[in-house]
Design a protein around this ligand. Structure first.
Ligand code: ATP
Ligand code: MG
Length: 554
């Protein structure tokens, strides 16, 4: 039986904790540690977000502070309640609880006030250059920028123009509000960045109240400061924006102490694309069956695939937090879920592409109940009864008519052990008219019954079976990676990522509940699909196979 208890993952110290330790020592924020997770509600969360979620929530937890969930909705582009609901479900499923749920758009008034204050301080101006002109004036990494002709407008003129922007007198793009910083700065973000733009679009929260919207770099420090965030943790691409983050807060001087932005490297994973835009395109064009398709790297997809919150949290802890970008082997994520499941789930016998076996010397009409341990490594998980009779199924992969070298499973003339039952020997292959295998005729040796202590002879192969008259047909979905590398090392869609087959399972599978996990003996870890499994249909997703070549780095 699978359990979703939130086994706490040990949290190692990282460079962010070092910064916080220094702040605590110096009393920068008193005793407080407050973080936030700020998703833009424009898609489902993915495993990359999980890294950020784990980091923000566990950091706050470690210091007995708290973490806010704040929707970054400063962009009036369509936001969807579906996304908001999924974000909350996913954060909770990972085992975290936010202190406050907030919307950046709730601070629009304060942001407007801050913009007016910057104008009054002579630190912001309304610029009437076009977007193209602004780009040209900005200069390049090797050349300084040129000052806008509007840069030295009077404070009164700027106040009037900004007010008019707000009143809706101008069209989108006709004017912008820019911070007045330094057109020669080596940091392009400091060359009079745009901090407010005109967008005549309604906003899901504020409706048509505003036709001007703050830019991320201006809005984010203000959001953090209003909420009393102490450490604003974000990904490396914002490193060059930090001077602007600090400039906004320093220039306003409204908050003391001010939040501190800290950057870390985003998660990249082999065989995985992690841009919401790309994932959304795959959902929209039907490449996948939705955001929660079990092949998707979304939290919803991983959940449906059978991943546990513990496995994901363990993974996020193991990858650590650093400043250098790197790509993590997806084998590590798989390792984490195997580690989590191996001591928790029961085993079941399932045979794919089944071949019927008739045991010719076994009494007709007799059914015997064999006892099999549920989890070899965890005796507390108990045992179960598995029927055995004259007719059974074995896995298609466990028989070869013409065996290759070192093939120890069943082939004509060979003897193998049936796990939990007897030794059987294959004597005859019965074919259909078309040459395909109809059934195998075998004999068993009654002396070799499992548990009888038989030591007469050894066999090299052990295979498993499902009794034929009680076998339950199920659907098994053996997934492969959605993305693979082509010969040029480019990530491309894998055309064969979903492999569905029919299988037979031992009768106890009838009781499997949607969302229940098992080890299918010798096959891998599986979950009864949450959407497709009911009393009549059993559909199982392969969470992960049993073994891999992946080695934990030392
Ligand atoms: P995407 O590029 O996938 O659309 P995003 O960064 O635009 O993602 P947001 O909703 O803005 O998505 O992200 C919310 C938070 O999650 C941000 O703090 C962001 O830095 C973080 N985040 C997003 N992707 C990753 C990742 N791959 N690794 C770590 N953190 C990430
Ligand atoms: Mg974003």
């Amino acid at each position: 039986m699978s359990k979703d208890d939130n086994t706490k993952v040990a949290i190692a110290n990282n460079f962010i904790h070092n910064i916080i330790n220094d702040d605590l020592e110096q009393g920068t924020y008193g005793e407080k540690v407050v973080t936030r997770f700020p998703p833009e509600p424009n898609g489902y969360l993915h495993i990359g977000h999980a890294k950020s979620i784990c980091l923000n929530f566990t950091t706050a937890e470690k210091y007995k502070g708290y973490c806010n969930l704040r929707y970054d909705d400063t962009n009036p582009a369509k936001e969807d309640v579906e996304y908001v609901d999924s974000i909350e479900e996913d954060v909770k499923w990972l085992g975290f609880q936010w202190e406050n749920r907030l919307w950046a758009s709730d601070y629009f008034d304060k942001m407007y006030e801050a913009a007016v204050e910057l104008i009054k301080l002579g630190k912001a101006y309304v610029c009437s250059l076009s977007a193209d002109e602004i780009r040209k004036y900005r200069g390049t990494l090797t050349e300084p920028g040129k000052e806008s002709p509007y840069r030295n407008q009077s404070v009164e003129e700027n106040l009037k123009l900004f007010e008019e922007m707000k009143e809706g007198i101008y069209k989108d793009g006709e004017k912008v509000l820019r911070a007045k910083i330094d057109m020669t700065s080596p940091n392009m973000n400091m060359r009079d960045p745009v901090i407010y733009r005109i967008a005549h679009s309604s906003h899901h929260n504020t409706g048509d109240k505003w036709c001007i919207y703050p830019m991320y770099d201006f809005a984010h420090p203000i959001e953090d400061a209003i909420e009393g965030i102490t450490h604003s943790i974000c990904t490396m691409e914002f490193e060059d924006h930090r001077p602007l983050y600090d400039w906004v807060l320093d220039t306003l001087g409204w908050w003391n102490p001010q939040p501190k932005q800290i950057e870390f490297a985003r998660l990249n994973l082999t065989n995985t694309v992690m841009s919401k835009r790309y994932l959304k395109a795959m959902v929209d064009d039907g490449t996948v069956e939705g955001w929660d398709d079990p092949r998707m790297p979304t939290i919803a997809g991983l959940r449906r695939r059978g991943y546990t919150p513990q496995a994901i949290r363990d993974f996020c802890e193991r990858i650590g937090v650093a400043k250098a970008n790197s790509t993590v082997d997806i084998g590590l994520l798989e390792f984490c879920v195997r580690e989590d499941l191996k001591a928790k789930v029961e085993s079941r016998n399932v045979v794919e592409n089944p071949i019927k076996v008739v045991i010719t010397n076994y009494p007709e009409g007799q059914i015997e109940e064999l006892t099999i341990e549920n989890n070899r490594e965890v005796p507390e998980l108990g045992e179960r009864k598995v029927p055995f009779s004259r007719e059974i199924y074995i896995d298609g992969a466990d028989f070869m008519e013409n065996p290759v070298k070192k093939y120890f499973r069943l082939f004509p003339g060979n003897e193998v052990r049936l796990k939990g039952a007897y030794f059987i020997t294959c004597n005859e292959v019965i074919k259909n008219e078309d040459g395909t295998i109809k059934e195998l005729h075998c004999t068993y040796d009654p002396q070799t019954r499992s548990g009888s202590g038989f030591e007469g002879r050894k066999v090299k192969g052990t295979i498993h079976f499902v009794e034929a008259s009680t076998a339950v047909p199920i659907t098994v979905r053996n997934y492969d990676y959605l993305m693979v590398d082509d010969e040029n090392g480019e990530m491309v869609l894998n055309e064969n990522s979903k492999n569905e087959c029919m299988a037979y399972a031992e009768p106890s599978i009838k009781d499997a509940k949607a969302g229940e996990r098992f080890q299918f003996f010798r096959h891998g870890y599986y979950i009864a699909d949450a959407k497709l499994t009911d009393n009549n249909n059993k559909v199982f997703n392969r969470i992960v196979d049993l073994k891999s070549s992946f080695k934990l780095p030392k």
